[in-house]
Ligand binder design. Structure first.
Ligand code: PMP
Length: 396
């Protein structure tokens, strides 16, 4: 048997041990965490809809009609009218021909990638793509070529060198950096090289684009440019699950082939009804999106003035780059001592030497919330100076 205890001890020693915190109450900026109040800047509830009364009401109102459990997979007897209505709404919302409702974004990526590429094919994947994309690539058994982050020239060269069927997959908004993929150029390259482009816009849906349709729409691109769009529903949409939207031919194909769609119990149908209620809100949530932009702009100006290093991100994902794992943990703890919750993100979630505090904003944050974050950051700035001893390993 492997020495699991030794592996965990090594993780602790390297500052890489992950812990879970106990949250009580609904998801919102002010949380009770392990029994004490904290102001959270680490949620993906970008529009502040996770606890919106319209969504909880829609869920409760649907329950008597739908019951709770999904009872079986979509292809046996689980495909409820509420799921079907959500799929139609998602197609309409994204301006696409059709959509499929998956249980999670993780499963959507696994299912879509492994269904659409297989042995003998080649997948081109951005080096910073989400773990679920990486795992989907592995599961497909296709040849995987990772291209440098956002580097369309490098990708063009790789595509030109490669024969056979090709699939290019990228995050729309990168989950740990917050930047947007060069989707226009990727679409052009895929057309030139007859490659299928798949975009996972988990962090763009609801947040970017004129009516929140995400990074693809924000760049004026359509289904012709980006055939397959994956979106998650547990982030800005405020519920749970995911979708893939695109041409009917491809979603029909996925119903036949995507194992994470076929071999799993359908989500509770009432959840689909709650998600429809969220989509009703999102198109009209321009004020929430503007609020997010204001928060991001002010944070970027003031955190930079304090001497923090940020990434080139205009989205609500605003990582503070630290580098060293222990120093990132120390900064996270020092902020927590001041009532602010921002988790330290360390390898393998981010590359070695690029530990960071992933600050995320929600439209539900007030100006006073941002004041508190900036005051805490001002007080903790010294921890990032090279002379600081805060980076000394303290095994939790
Ligand atoms: N794709 C990206 C880019 C993500 O950031 C995430 C979640 N962190 C997922 C997919 C997975 O989505 P879900 O949480 O719905 O499984």
């Amino acid at each position: 048997m492997r020495d699991f205890a030794a592996e965990l001890a090594d993780r602790k020693q390297a500052g890489l041990y992950r812990t879970r915190r106990l949250v009580e109450g609904p998801q919102q900026p002010g949380l009770t965490v392990d029994g004490k109040p904290l102001l959270s800047f680490c949620s993906n509830d970008y529009l502040g809809l996770a606890s919106h009364p319209d969504l909880t009401r829609a869920l409760c109102e649907a329950l008597p009609d739908t019951g709770l459990g999904g009872a079986s997979s979509h292809l046996i007897c689980g495909h409820h009218r509420a799921h079907h209505q959500l799929e139609e709404r998602l197609a309409e919302f994204t301006g696409r021909s059709s959509a499929l409702f998956f249980s999670t974004g993780y499963m959507a990526n696994l299912g879509v990638i492994s269904a659409l590429a297989g042995r003998g094919d080649t997948i081109f994947s951005d080096r910073l793509n989400h773990a679920s994309i990486i795992d989907g690539c592995v599961l497909s058994r296709a040849k995987v070529r990772r291209y440098p982050h956002g580097d369309v020239d490098a990708l063009a060269e790789m595509l030109a060198q490669t024969g056979g069927h090709k699939l290019v997959v990228t995050d729309g908004v990168f989950s740990m950096d917050g930047d947007v993929a060069p989707l226009g150029e990727l679409a052009r390259l895929c057309r030139t090289h007859d490659a299928l482009l798949v975009v996972d816009d988990a962090h763009g849906i609801g947040v970017l684009g004129p009516d929140g349709q995400g990074s693809v729409a924000a760049l004026g691109l359509s289904e012709d440019d980006v055939p397959l769009l994956i979106g998650t529903l547990g982030k800005a949409v405020g519920t749970s699950g995911a979708f893939v939207a695109g041409p009917r031919l491809l979603t029909d194909y996925l119903v036949q082939k995507a194992r994470t769609y076929i071999y799993t119990t359908a989500m509770p149908p009432a959840l689909a009804a709650a998600t429809c209620a969220s989509l009703d809100l999102i198109a009209g949530a321009g004020v929430r999106r503007q609020r997010l932009q204001q928060l991001v702009l002010r944070f970027r100006q003031e955190a930079t003035a304090l001497g923090y290093r940020l990434m080139a991100s205009e989205t609500p994902i605003q990582p503070i780059m630290v580098g060293d794992n222990w120093r990132a943990l120390a900064l996270s703890r020092a902020l927590e001592d001041r009532g602010i919750w921002v988790t330290a993100i360390r390898p393998p979630t981010v590359p070695e030497g690029e530990a960071r505090l992933r600050v995320t904003f929600s439209a539900a944050h007030s100006d006073q919330d941002l004041d508190r974050l900036l005051a805490a950051l001002a007080a903790c700035r010294g921890l990032l100076d090279s002379s600081s001893v805060a980076a000394a390993p303290v095994v939790p």
